[in-house]
Design a protein around this ligand. Structure first.
Ligand SMILES: Cc1ncc(COP(=O)(O)O)c(C=O)c1O
Length: 439
């Protein structure tokens, strides 16, 4: 329930004061850059609370949330099962720094849901998972080159912060100040969905035998939703296998999102290593990486590759994750999510059809993106051709109508099981109206 207008005004004033103070305390007023809403000519949201499919800001205004903590909250905010699990764990302690029963219970679920994972290591963030998986791949293969794809994001570890490239000549150019050239000189970033570039890379015997791993978002979520073209993941699998490199699926977003067993189940490809995050921790700070026993056994304490963490396997994160993984395995969970997606997006497809503007709606399961200015997007270059001004207007128009989208054209929106039909209909109407007003 929104407070009265007078109360709202006072709270809005207070929120602005608080934001000004935050700007003096946190760089850009935020703890992660995209939250600053840079370039969108809006103030960053300051959230007071959240429940089910809504977030409420300090001024008392509620928004239907289509960001869902960047995909972590597949059950929505403050899910009762997750809260109950947390409440029963809290009096038992918040961190042990010693292995707990919960770590075994959640590991059992993960290996059952993703059979390519035989051994799993829990960490505290997706960045930590991908960074550790890359180190493990290098340690296991004795090779150093890591291949990634333009527009895929694997967290902020130095070795992944390279500029988008078109081929071998673009090896290892760092994309962030503070990343030493030496750290990225063994990282190569290629165009997503470009089968020719992959064939050329692996056809070079001098180079192909230096590749420790290819890491890929099997459905890209970080240039907006870009699905893999037929043959892309298959080629990565066959070429890495042929040349002795490892294939790492970064399923930090797609794991338990695009299907119960992630993108690897959806597309029927078995990676050597997988990184999972977000959903696996039910909205708490944890993630994991895992894969073939032979590879994972290279990890300390079994093997020579070092990796560790004070809060790894944190009991609160483990029990929130466990409650979430149990919920997604209930009969009909994904079918119901799919129904909700149709409720939200079928009318949007029609609005796009009737719009004079080229707009692409790309969706895999309950993750989707609207691209303004193109009929389809297959890679980062095409995503960058989209019109940022149209996105800014679209985002602002939805915000004004009480709908919160991820605040960047290069992100995925998410639907949770907590989105009510009423709110999805409301959001759908708002999206259609916004599309109409752009045209
Ligand atoms: C595919 C992918 N990998 C890794 C990460 C990094 O995860 P974290 O933000 O938890 O470090 C993200 C974050 O959004 C991601 O989308």
């Amino acid at each position: 329930m929104n407070p009265s207008p007078a109360l709202n005004e006072a709270k809005a004033e207070e929120a602005i004061h608080f934001l000004n103070e935050l700007l003096q305390l946190l760089p850009g007023g935020v703890n992660s850059p995209v939250r600053a809403l840079s370039g969108l000519e809006r103030r960053p949201l300051l959230i007071e609370s959240a429940s089910q499919d809504r977030v409420t800001d300090l001024s008392g205004r509620s928004y239907i949330d289509l960001c869902c903590s960047w995909g972590a909250l597949i059950l929505g905010h403050a899910n009762p099962r997750v809260l109950e699990a947390l409440a029963s764990q809290l009096p038992k302690g918040t961190s042990y720094g010693i292995t707990s029963r919960l770590e075994g219970e959640i590991a059992r679920q993960v290996v059952a849901l993703m059979p390519s994972i035989e051994l799993v290591r829990f960490v505290s963030s997706g960045s930590e998972a991908t960074m550790s998986a890359a180190r493990l791949a290098r340690g296991f293969t004795g090779r150093e080159v890591i291949v990634k794809f333009n527009g895929n994001y694997h967290g902020h570890a130095d070795l992944f912060l390279v500029q988008a490239g078109s081929g071998l000549e673009t090896f290892g150019l760092s994309s962030s100040a503070g990343v030493p050239q030496g750290t990225v000189e063994k990282t190569l970033s290629l165009p997503y969905n470009d089968l020719g570039a992959i064939r050329r890379l692996f056809a070079d015997p001098n180079l192909s035998h230096t590749i420790a791993a290819v890491i890929v978002e099997p459905v890209s979520g970080n240039m907006g939703v870009v699905p893999p073209e037929p043959g892309f993941l298959e080629l990565l699998r066959s070429e890495t296998e042929r040349t002795g490199a490892l294939l790492i699926f970064d399923e930090v977003i797609t794991g338990f999102r695009v299907s119960k067993g992630g993108a690897q189940e959806l597309y029927g490809i078995k990676p050597d290593l997988s990184c999972i995050g977000k959903i696996v921790a039910g909205g708490l700070p944890a993630a994991a990486f895992g894969g073939r026993r032979e590879i994972m056994s290279y990890l300390a304490p079994l093997g020579p590759v070092y990796q560790a963490g004070t809060l790894s396997g944190n009991p609160l994160a483990m029990c929130a994750g466990l409650a979430t993984l149990q919920a997604i395995q209930e009969e009909g969970f994904y079918a119901e999510l799919e129904r909700k997606c149709h409720l939200l997006l079928d009318p949007v497809e029609e609005a796009i059809f009737n719009s004079p503007l080229p707009i692409a709606l790309q969706r895999v399961g309950s993750m989707f993106t609207l691209f303004f200015g193109r009929q389809s997007v297959r890679n980062l270059s095409e995503a960058r051709e989209c019109d940022p001004v149209l996105f800014k207007r679209f985002f602002g128009s939805l915000l004004d109508r009480g709908i919160y989208l991820p605040p960047s054209p290069f992100e995925s929106s998410f639907i949770s099981s907590a989105h009510s039909d009423n709110h999805l209909t409301e959001a759908s109407e708002a999206i259609c109206a916004a599309i109409h007003s752009l045209g």
